[in-house]
Structure formats: C-alpha cells, structure tokens
Design a protein around this ligand. Structure first.
Ligand SMILES: *Cc1c(COP(=O)(O)O)cnc(C)c1O
Length: 413
C-alpha cells in the first residue's frame, strides 16, 4: 500500500518530538532539509547573543572573564555535549574548529605511537580531514598514508603493526553510510593503532557511545545537527585514560597548566584543558548555549527512531513517486547502516537542487552528482518529507531544472 500525505500527518500527530519544532525559527514556505550543513536557529539564540554582547561585554567588560564564566566556557560546554556522544565529564572541550581540533588530536595520537609510520583514513573522507592529516604528517619524516574504500584496501587489509592512527568519519558526509564504531575501534586496537572519530554528521543525528566503544579521540562540529550557528566552535574528545600522556602541538596559553603565571616554558594543564589553545571566540558560544538548552531535553533513542523513520519514508516515497525520473538512492537502504541523511544521485544533480531550492525545498549538492537531504528530527516533520518528494517529482517531470538560471554554480553548493 502506498503511503499517503494523511498518513504522514498522522505520524506527526503521534510524534513525541513534535513540539520541539516550536523551539526553532523556521522561515515560512521553506522545507529545510539541510540541517546537516547548517542547523536552524534556536528561538532563544538571538537573545542569548544580545545578552552576551550588551550585558556581559557592554557592562561587565573584562570582569566577565571571571564573573560570566567566560574562561571556563570551553570545558563547561564540553561537559554539556558529553552526554550526546557517550563521553564522561572532563573528556570533551569546545574550542576552535573541527579541522584545527583534528590536527591537535591526530598529532597527539601520532606522538603516542612513535615507532609506527603509517596512517589510515578513507578515500571518501571529508577532504579537510585528509588535508589536515597531510599537514601534520608533513611536519614529520617518513609517514605513509593508506586510504581505504573507493577501490583501495579494506580496513582489515590496511591494518598491520605499522599503523599508528586511523581517522574515520563515523557517518559519511555524502552518502550517510554509518561505520560500526565498536567493531572498527576494536579491530584497530587489535593491531595496536589508535582511532580518531570524526563525528560531524553523527552528533545530534544519532546516539554515539564513545566510552562504550573504547574510542580514543574524536572531533566534531556544532553548527550542523547541534544548531550552534554558522562558525560555532567545534568540540574534541580525548578518552580519560589517554589524557595524561597525550600532548597536542598547538600549545597555546589557554592549554597551559597556569596561564596567568605567564611562565616562559609551556607546561600542559591536566586533563582535557591541555587541548585548548587560546582565547575562545566567545560570541560564537552564545547560540550554542541556547541550542544545548534544547538538547538537554531530547531523548536520543526517540531521536534515532524518528530519524530512521523519516529517512526510510523518504527513500520509500522517492521509489514510489519518482520512479523512472533518473534518480538513484546512494545511501544505504538498510536503516542500521545509515545516519540521518539521504543522498540521491541524478546526472544533473546541481540544477535539479537549485530548482528545488527555488521552490522552497532546501537540500544541498555534492559533486559530482549527489542531491543531499538531511533529516533533523528536532524540526523536520513527516509531512515535510512527503511535500519535499512531491516537489522533487514535479521539478524532474516538468524539467524546470533545465532553465539556464539554474546552470551556473554558486561558490557554496
Ligand atoms: C562539516 C565537516 C567538517 C568541517 O570542518 P570545519 O573545520 O568546521 O570547516 C569536517 N569534517 C567533516 C566530516 C564534516 O562533515
């Protein structure tokens, strides 16, 4: 039996997370399926930013480093993100960007395996991860890189006693394919390698269990599913058992054991604090705080259930409504192997997405041919899934995407 719009309305009526949508500013006439690139604006975020600017900065001035808790914010917010990724108190810090944090934890991991000269990652990784690894190994001598997937070896084949560190995205940014974190971490550990997990497309998309998986290091951004706002600070995780030995190379004063002693030599702080570098971009922390107020009330198992139901529904409806229109599902059809997004191939993916955005359905495009749709359970409804597929079908069957105005590529796709 085909699914109908009224069934989708019923799913929304029964959805235990439905009321969370009211916590976000969502423009009229828009179906937002790109929260996996930039999350929506929490209702209270603008007020929180204004308060930080007008009261904490304007009135408090320099006193706010102490009185408004500015100095401790990276650790305090890290402890608020920890439950979302299965980390403990003192294992997460919020600072810098994902790329910078990857550099820090990757370099720290390399230094913990000094006799091993091979690093492993995935050919289809988000490129910044590969680039930052290149930058870090480029400062050292004699490292070899092995890339799994895309015609290369499997992880099993790539691993041997020379491998120092494995860097993998838990959820693939293009297809949404999910790695089994327990199995992969165990496999790497069996060969004596350390693992860095990139959680950019996992945090806020599904429950993550870093501690239970015995993960070593992780990084992730907060502007995607976490809704921290454009350029909001990233996080990094270091398992408590590694914190005494792990040393990161960006040894700025905020990671020093006693920054206000202004000593000549660097001495790393205890614990996760040594992974800080320097003065935090405080105004960017304010919207993230507003967002974490919402996340505190979210049951991650309900979130995962809704996410999979929405992505299953989307795949089912694309099959049902768009048959014969040149689409091919690029994401795993097996729900257990999927994050919270669905990628669909189309030979003219770019103009198709532009035409779709013109009709108020916002997803994005990843070269060469992927239309990418993110399903954020906090504010996307089942009827949105239905309506988005109807628009997709209309764009394809009417061929409006052939209009010349959709052909030129914008800087950000
Ligand atoms: C979004 C994303 C990043 C972004 O890195 P920035 O340093 O924030 O620009 C990194 N890795 C993955 C897997 C991502 O999806």
């Amino acid at each position: 039996m085909p699914t109908t719009r009224s069934e989708c309305e019923q799913y929304d009526a029964d959805d235990p997370l439905a009321s969370l949508r009211e916590e976000f500013v969502l423009p009229e006439g828009v179906i937002y399926l790109d929260g996996n690139s930039l999350g929506a604006l929490p209702q209270t975020a603008a007020g929180r930013v204004a308060d930080m600017v007008e009261t904490e900065w304007g009135q408090g001035l320099i006193r706010s480093w102490n009185d408004a808790g500015w100095f401790d914010k990276p650790g305090v917010l890290g402890d608020r993100i920890a439950p979302l990724i299965g980390a403990g108190t003192g294992e997460v810090v919020v600072c810098d960007s994902t790329s910078i944090n990857l550099f820090k934890v990757f370099a720290a991991a390399l230094a913990m395996r000094p006799d091993r000269k091979v690093v492993v990652s995935e050919a289809g990784s988000f490129p910044t991860d590969l680039y930052m690894m290149e930058g870090a190994t480029g400062l050292l001598d004699g490292y070899e890189r092995r890339l799994i997937g895309a015609g290369g070896p499997t992880l099993e084949d790539a691993l041997d006693e020379d491998v120092a560190v494995v860097v993998l995205s838990h959820v693939d940014y293009r297809t949404g394919r999910l790695h089994d974190m327990v199995t992969v971490t165990e496999l790497a550990h069996r060969h004596g390698a350390l693992v860095v997990w990139d959680l950019c497309h996992s945090v806020g998309a599904l429950p993550v269990h870093l501690g239970d998986c015995r993960a070593d290091f992780a990084v992730g951004c907060t502007y995607k599913y976490l809704n921290g706002g454009p350029g909001s600070p990233a996080f990094l995780y270091v398992a408590a058992r590694h914190q005494d030995v792990a040393r990161q190379p960006l040894s700025g004063w905020h990671g020093h054991a006693n920054p206000f002693a202004f000593a000549t030599d660097y001495r790393p702080a205890d614990g996760i604090t040594r992974f800080r570098c320097s003065t935090p971009q405080l105004l960017s922390y304010a919207p993230l705080e507003a967002s974490l107020d919402i996340w505190e009330r979210v049951d991650l198992d309900l979130l995962r259930a809704k996410s999979l139901r929405m992505t299953d529904l989307f795949i089912e409806l694309v099959d049902q409504e768009c048959a014969g229109l040149g689409l091919d599902i690029a994401s795993p059809r097996d729900a257990d192997a999927r994050g919270s997004q669905v990628a669909v191939r189309h030979a003219d993916g770019y103009p198709v997405m532009r035409a779709l955005i013109d009709r108020g359905v916002i997803g994005d495009f990843r070269a060469p041919d992927l239309l990418r749709f993110g399903f954020t359970p906090l504010y996307v409804r089942y009827v949105d899934v239905w309506d988005a597929v109807q628009e997709l079908r209309d764009v394809l069957s009417s061929e409006v995407w052939r209009d010349v105005r959709y052909a030129t590529r914008a800087q950000v796709t």
